[in-house]
Design a protein around this ligand. Structure first.
Ligand code: PRX
Length: 635
């Protein structure tokens, strides 16, 4: 019997030991007993972090949608699979049963096929949080097309970059989206993006907001009439366990975004197994993750993990502040949510508005609370524990990444005693290591270092789309035979991990991963800008906010600085999206550089954080004099 459901701490330790002593045997048992395979694997695992090459369940055949939908039809056909809560609280929620989901996925998969999409083709999905979004992922997976979801808050330039990088042939979008009181013209953004994407020959448009939009003849089609004509049945395409399931872009510290490639079998097993245990999901629970499906959290813990367990998963279209700051708690009460999974930035934003929004609602259905995306500060942790969980629902602080595909370090609720700000213990099968800067592993507890993982787990990303060398350089070159996460962490006296933040040039703003390089590139496009450097500084709600140091060209110096600030943020909004806007922009005459010309961001970070007590050694700088000047004019 496999250990699919862990129920107490002793069992966790016992299963953990088993999973690291013989990972192949452990995962084979889980895979065999809890999933539907058309053919079993020839080999459970082969791996080589030097190449790097990782293969799980090689030779196995399956379709993930048969695991997420078909196999539940007989026993849970009338159970709600997706519970959709619209932006407007007066619009009725939709309960989409497993049977209905089956039909909707098949219909869309047939439409994709009719439009020439075959196994291995890439489909870009740019949709708001409406049921069609989840259905689109599953429809692609049903026919073996590789989905690439782009978060619908990204700009047309960012969308075009992602479409071109993975050569998408077809885009699924909507006429627009609702966001609180506002509507957003998504189709307009897609049209602009596609001016630069010659490979896209079909755009399927969901009618969400009933707006007048322009449709390009021969390229754009309304989706509904096509669905009305499409058949409800379709045989799922048989996939190899190692066939790509999706590409999802994440920011790197340099260059273009990285298209992380996740494959089918291992991703399915790990996302489902973590979902079951980290949320202690039981048959009649109503689980809600507030993330957008445009991020990995939504892929693994709104769509694939929950559906593979036959769960009811909530999709919320709106924002936490509309029609008021009690909306989340209103939804918890209305749908009797049992597991609630959100981001620290949302907790901080809601805590700021006061407990009166919480107190109006009955939250007694809640059993487990979760957080993800960035370190949670102690104050936010306690607010969540006191006011939402009423000290009665364990908080799972889950650490993981787009690259890891599933949760890696986390408490198991009702088993692992929690500790504020600590993600606590490695999940089953995960072997963390803390490394020093020289590449040596730091053993023992009460220490800190750079967080690495020693052994592959089933849902590790297999490559970066079109750039395997970058995959190797980013994750497998810093430390020999280790996956390097880019995060720093400390380990306490009992072996609990606390993630301290990024050690590279990625900044996490409101839980969104932003690389400094693309933002600096955008700023430098302003005709008055000669050079720029971005750093993060602490922010009450966002966790980090962005601080820009900008050197102007002579032509820019006489211009009004507030106007320049607006123009710079406008360029960033156009190139990346509003999430990357700078909170503060300081104009300066110089940036501290090493003799090799590298900007010393460490110094800039300290100045922006108003922590100049110990700037470290500045004597090795090429231009130490600029440091005082920057300090004198800090915003
Ligand atoms: O720095 C860590 C932070 O988010 C990064 C991964 O971002 P992304 O790929 O966008 O995925 C976010 C959702 C899984 C990590 O390298 N991070 C994520 N979860 C936590 C966290 N930092 C601290 N505590 C967490 N629980």
């Amino acid at each position: 019997m496999s250990n699919y459901h862990i129920k107490h701490l002793e069992e966790y330790y016992q299963v953990y030991r088993k999973s690291v002593r013989n990972p192949e045997a452990f995962w084979e048992e889980i895979a065999e007993e809890h999933f539907l395979w058309r053919k079993k694997w020839d080999n459970v695992l082969s791996w080589d972090f030097k190449k790097p090459e990782i293969k799980w369940f090689e030779g196995a055949k399956l379709n993930i949608t048969e695991n997420c939908i078909d196999r539940h039809l007989a026993t849970r056909g009338d159970k709600t699979a997706i519970l959709f809560e619209p932006n407007d609280p007066n619009e009725e929620a939709q309960h989409i049963t497993y049977k209905e989901l089956y039909k909707r996925v098949n219909k869309l998969a047939n439409v994709l096929k009719d439009n020439g999409i075959k196994k291995g083709d890439r489909v870009c999905i740019y949709l708001p949080m409406i049921p069609e979004l989840a259905v689109s992922l599953l429809a692609c997976a049903r026919i073996g097309a590789i989905h690439s979801v782009v978060f619908a808050g990204f700009s047309s330039t960012a969308l075009a970059t992602r479409i071109n990088d993975s050569d998408c042939k077809l885009v699924i979008t909507s006429d627009g989206s609702y966001r609180g009181k506002k509507t957003i013209d998504l189709k307009g953004i897609v049209d602009e993006a596609l001016d630069d994407c010659s490979g896209v020959n079909t755009v399927l448009v969901v009618n969400r907001i009933n707006s007048e939009i322009s449709m390009k003849e021969g390229r754009d089609q309304w989706l509904q009439p096509l669905l009305d004509k499409a058949s409800e049945s379709l045989t799922a395409t048989v996939m190899d366990a190692e066939d790509p399931l999706f590409i999802l872009y994440t920011s790197g510290s340099t260059g273009t975004p990285k298209g992380m490639v996740h494959t089918t079998g291992g991703y399915m097993v790990y996302s489902a197994y973590t979902f079951k245990n980290v949320f202690q999901y039981k048959e009649d629970d109503i689980y809600w993750c507030t993330a957008d499906i445009g991020w990995i959290t939504g892929h693994s813990y709104i769509v694939y993990g929950p559906l593979a367990n036959g769960a009811t998963t909530v999709m919320f279209e709106g924002v936490p502040s509309y029609p008021d700051y009690g909306r989340f708690w209103d939804i918890v009460e209305k749908h009797k949510i049992t597991q609630f999974y959100t981001a620290p930035t949302a907790i901080r934003a809601l805590a700021k508005e006061g407990v009166e929004h919480v107190e109006k609602h009955d939250l007694s259905s809640l059993k487990v609370l979760g957080t993800v995306g960035e370190p949670i500060n102690e104050e936010a942790w306690h607010w969540y524990d006191d006011n939402i969980g009423k000290k009665n629902s364990p908080i799972v602080d889950t650490w993981w990444q787009t690259e890891t595909g599933g949760i890696m370090i986390t408490p198991i609720p009702f088993s692992t005693p929690t500790k504020p700000t600590y993600a606590t213990l490695p999940f089953i099968g995960i072997q963390p290591a803390l490394m020093d800067e020289k590449g040596k592993e730091i053993k023992g507890n009460q220490t800190d270092g750079r967080l690495c993982i020693k052994f592959p787990w089933p849902s590790i990303a297999r490559t970066i789309w079109g750039n395997h060398q970058r995959y190797k350089d980013t994750y497998f070159s810093a430390y020999e035979n280790m996956y390097f996460t880019g995060d720093g962490a400390l380990r306490d006296e009992v072996g609990y991990y606390r993630i301290t933040g990024r050690v590279d040039d990625v900044i996490i703003v409101s839980g969104h991963n932003l690389g400094t390089a693309p933002i600096e590139d955008a700023i430098n496009e302003h005709p008055a800008v000669s050079e720029s450097a971005i750093v993060g500084f602490p922010h009450d709600v966002k966790g980090n906010a962005l601080y820009g140091y900008v050197i102007l060209k002579e032509t820019g110096e006489s211009r009004n600085h507030d106007n320049l600030r607006k123009e710079i943020n406008q360029i960033i909004t156009e190139q990346i999206g509003p999430i990357a806007k700078l909170d503060k922009i300081q104009f300066t005459n110089g940036l501290p550089k090493t003799r090799s010309g590298k900007i010393m961001r460490r110094i800039l970070r300290k100045i922006a954080s108003k922590d100049t007590s110990n700037l470290g050694d500045t004597s090795t700088l090429l231009n130490p004099e600029c440091v005082q000047d920057i300090m004198d004019n800090v915003l």
